[in-house]
Ligand binder design. Structure first.
Ligand code: HEC
Length: 210
């Protein structure tokens, strides 16, 4: 109980600190008064929020679909449900927000999930280096011409992930392993442990549409 109270206090203090920092930035910009700058700060906040909303909705749908498939067909039968393309929500979210949603990893299972350009490589490197130093990983955005990229870390957050991404001799059932190896002959995405950095969400916003 004491721990829970402490946790709440911590969260409240952390949130207040963040609010004050934002306030400070706003004040400083207001002093200088270029409306443009003020706008860019607001946009930045929007992209972070929007990216978070989009990836949360996608992740929830994905987890739901995979959990349902595991319950109905077992892990080996669920393997093909881990593809984002199988989710209708990805299509509707992309259209509604004029964005592309994908996952990228250094140890990818699907070769399409390899970093595809310099900006993705840079973001992946940032997360990997921070994770190596045991620093906390936070989402961030990067601007590239007209485009804004949102990046969010994906961790091995629960035991379920290990059924398909864990130790192939211990965590992955032989039948599941066989399915994975058949569908992804060059798979790199095994051998993970709980709390490992697995990859990142990437949302590429083509231009501001809200
Ligand atoms: C039932 C098996 C299964 C489970 C359980 C599973 N995955 Fe996957 N995962 C896959 C498959 C198969 C792919 C490749 C999907 C594709 O072709 O797009 C994949 C792809 C990924 C990718 C994209 C990068 C890549 O390697 O291509 C990430 C990130 C990922 N999984 C994270 C997780 C996390 C985190 C969990 C636990 C919450 C999890 N997975 C649970 C089978 C699984």
């Amino acid at each position: 109980m004491k721990r829970i109270v402490l946790l709440f206090v911590f969260i409240i203090v952390a949130c207040e600190k963040e609010a004050k920092q934002t306030q400070k930035v706003d004040n400083e910009l207001a002093k200088e008064n270029p409306a443009q700058k003020q706008n860019s700060v607001l946009n930045q906040v929007n992209y972070l929020e929007k990216g978070n909303e989009i990836t949360m909705a996608t992740q929830t749908a994905l987890l739901h679909t995979v959990a349902k498939a595991i319950a109905e067909k077992g892990s080996h039968g669920a393997v093909e449900y881990c593809n984002l393309k199988a989710l209708t929500i990805v299509d509707s979210l992309s259209k509604a927000n004029n964005c592309q949603i994908r996952r990228v990893s250094d140890k990818y299972r699907n070769p399409q999930d390899k970093a595809q350009n310099e900006i993705e490589e840079k973001a992946l490197k940032t997360f990997l280096e921070k994770h190596q130093k045991q620093e906390k990983l936070e989402p961030f955005t990067l601007q590239e011409g007209q485009n804004t990229y949102y990046f969010k870390p994906i961790m091995i957050g629960m035991e379920t992930c290990l059924k398909c991404h864990g130790d192939k001799n211990k965590d992955i059932e032989p039948k599941t392993l066989a399915t994975i190896e058949k569908l992804y002959p060059n798979d790199l995405a095994k051998g993970y442990k709980l709390k490992d950095f697995r990859g990142m969400w990437v949302v590429k916003f083509s231009k501001s549409t809200w």
